[in-house]
Design a protein around this ligand. Structure first.
Ligand SMILES: Nc1ncnc2c1ncn2[C@@H]1O[C@H](COP(=O)(O)OP(=O)(O)OP(=O)(O)O)[C@@H](O)[C@H]1O
Ligand SMILES: [Mg+2]
Length: 259
């Protein structure tokens, strides 16, 4: 059985129609693929923070997160967003089960410095305990994972969902890691690149072609390629055939990251 980690971003999570198609897409994968969903939710976090009149900033695509903000991130991602996805999958008869990096110490995190700067409770993942995922695989449950994680001392960290997806894909030796985002792929000069080699990524960032949330996505993709994940894709969502088409490279419109 092959393992497919699917990371879905904020805009997929936000659209009712897209979540329904995601459910259909997962239902169609069949018994030969074990799907694992990791989700972000940048847009939902932004909406909640603005309701609370809280300002926020990003450094290299990472959200600066203080003690109060990490609680909001946990409420939104591990609560509302996570259960919305589980609910959408259950509606399509996919037996899904939602939890976060905190549960069963799936992800143990520690503070991440960005350009040498402390940006609060933003974590990087040091350890992955896949026992809960292995359990889900045996029980034919589709895991839906919020990237919020736990430190050794019990503190809670906001972990970028791309990073979490990629650490998980590496640890469980996934065959495919698919990043579904709100863009058709990695764009340079208005065109989607069909393929990017890992050695090209830092130059594309330095030249300003890749900014914001695409930076952690590509850096974590590169790391996973180096650590043995076979196929990495960055794509947009088209319809319920998107996942199948992407892994079969039929009609693949996205970007593949290769070594
Ligand atoms: N070269 C590029 N090609 C495509 N998108 C890019 C590029 N450079 C920057 N971006 C930005 O990256 C964004 C995708 O990353 P973003 O973090 O916003 O979404 P996500 O990771 O899919 O969702 P979430 O952060 O909620 O998990 C795009 O919407 C686009 O604005
Ligand atoms: Mg992102």
């Amino acid at each position: 059985m092959s393992i497919m980690v699917i990371k879905i971003g904020g805009s997929t999570v936000d659209a009712e129609g897209l979540l329904r198609e995601l459910g259909q897409s997962i239902a169609q994968l069949g018994d030969d693929i074990f799907p694992i969903i990791v989700h972000g939710g940048g847009k939902d976090i932004a909406a909640h923070l603005s309701l609370l009149n809280r300002e926020f900033t990003f450094i290299e695509g990472m959200r600066v997160t203080d003690a109060q903000m990490v609680k909001i991130v946990q409420m939104v991602l591990s609560g509302d967003v996570n259960k919305r996805i589980v609910n959408a999958l259950l509606k399509e008869s996919v037996n899904a089960c939602g939890f976060s990096g905190v549960d069963s110490s799936l992800f143990t995190a520690s503070k991440m410095l960005v350009n040498g700067k402390d940006i609060g409770f933003v974590g990087k993942i040091d350890k992955v305990n896949t026992s809960l995922i292995d359990f889900c695989k045996g029980a034919k449950l589709v895991p839906v994972i919020s990237p919020v994680s736990r430190g050794e001392d019990g503190s809670i960290f906001n972990v970028n969902a791309d990073l979490a997806a990629s650490e998980l894909a590496t640890s469980i030796k996934a065959d495919d890691l698919v990043f579904v985002s709100d863009v058709a792929g990695v764009m340079v000069n208005g065109e989607v690149l069909r393929e990017i080699r890992t050695s090209e990524i830092e130059d594309l960032i330095a030249q300003g072609h890749i900014t914001g949330g695409m930076i952690p996505k590509l850096r974590s993709a590169a790391e996973s390629v180096h650590k043995g994940v076979k196929r990495i894709h960055i794509c947009g969502w088209k319809d319920s055939q998107t996942l199948r088409n992407q892994i079969n490279r039929v009609e693949s419109t996205g970007t593949v990251i290769s070594d």
